[in-house]
Design a protein around this ligand. Structure first.
Ligand SMILES: C[S@@+](CC[C@H](N)C(=O)[O-])C[C@H]1O[C@@H](n2cnc3c(N)ncnc32)[C@H](O)[C@@H]1O
Length: 308
């Protein structure tokens, strides 16, 4: 079960320890996993998809799982296996190196635990990986933790807007690259300071609205484009659309990554508009949200509402 050749650079990307450090240090996230696993893992067979450091596999074992298999395609798999032994859990936890999309086992598992939810929801290929896991690995009616993720969006004012917009408007190496200004409609994680960690909700211009719900037990494809309408709570400058998540670990444990909530490794995503606009209190604007680049980015279009 080797990683597919085309994914070599992705596998290397996941060997970066700064990512794994941020997950291991994310106490808010880890407490949610531990609480959900404490409720559901006892006596169960568990598969940890994308095991990384093995932290979720070990939490499942500590919650009383009968047997846990962690699947990890990067070389962290070998180190995670050592960590499992260091914690005296190697009688119940096995870490397998390989691509989860090729993973099979003779007996189906009762529970799948994963953290394949990116800041952009779908940027870690969770839909593709989970489809195979449901088909080949999970018992019918088995549990997935987390099972559902909601994406909420809201127009914001963004103090960094001027520095951000000016980048393409400025000459670089003596060249005019302003033709790329329009591409700022679309943002992928690598494109810049778009993942933020906002300690309060002062920048929000309206009540957030749910733009997409992904159910890992059912959904096969990216959600369609949606348009949401917002009423401005104050007069200000609308510069960007912010996205945050509500992650359902089970019916009881729900984590919100909204600004002002306890900080997590997901942060929030800011999609700056190429052209911001002044807005007044009570005004309505329409935001059309579309997943882009096969789920690795988002496109947003904002128009002042004329027909409402
Ligand atoms: C966000 S990290 C989570 C790591 C760990 N589960 C945690 O909670 O800290 C995602 C992990 O999934 C692994 N991964 C992503 N796609 C995979 C695939 N198709 N097969 C196996 N591992 C994969 C990555 O290498 C990475 O270690």
């Amino acid at each position: 079960m080797q990683p597919r050749l085309t994914d070599d650079s992705l596998v290397l990307h996941w060997e970066r320890m700064d990512f794994h450090r941020s997950y291991v240090a994310d106490v808010v996230r880890n407490d949610c996993y531990a609480a959900a696993l404490d409720r559901h893992a006892r006596g169960r067979t568990v598969v940890d998809v994308g095991s990384g450091t093995g932290i979720l596999a070990m939490l499942a074992a500590r919650a009383g799982a009968a047997a846990v298999t962690g699947i990890e395609w990067s070389s962290l798999a070998e180190t995670a296996a050592r960590a499992v032994a260091d914690n005296g859990l190697d009688d119940r936890v096995e870490i397998v190196r390989g691509d989860a999309r090729d993973f099979t086992r003779s007996q189906r598992a009762d529970l799948i635990v994963h953290d394949l939810i990116g800041s952009f929801v779908w940027d870690e290929n969770a839909l593709d990986v989970m489809r195979g896991m449901r088909d080949r690995v999970l018992v019918s009616g088995g549990r997935i933790i987390p099972g559902v993720v909601e994406l909420h969006i809201v127009p914001i004012t963004w103090p960094d807007r001027i520095r951000f917009r000016e980048f393409w408007a400025r000459p670089h190496a003596g060249l005019n690259l302003s033709a790329f200004l329009g591409r700022d409609r679309q943002f992928a994680p690598a494109d810049g300071p778009t993942v933020v960690h906002l300690g309060d909700d002062a920048c929000l211009l309206a009540e957030p609205s749910c733009a997409a719900i992904t159910d890992f037990a059912a959904d096969e494809t990216l959600p369609p484009a949606v348009t949401r309408h917002f009423t401005m709570a104050r007069s200000d400058h609308l510069d960007a659309v912010l996205g945050f998540l509500r992650i359902h670990f089970d019916d009881h444990v729900v984590l919100s990554t909204a600004p002002g909530q306890p900080a997590t490794s997901w942060g929030q995503v800011v999609v700056p508009l190429a052209q911001g606009m002044p807005v007044r209190r009570g005004q309505e604007v329409a935001v059309t949200f579309t997943p882009a680049l096969r789920g690795r980015a988002w496109t947003v279009d904002v128009t002042p509402n004329t027909n409402r």
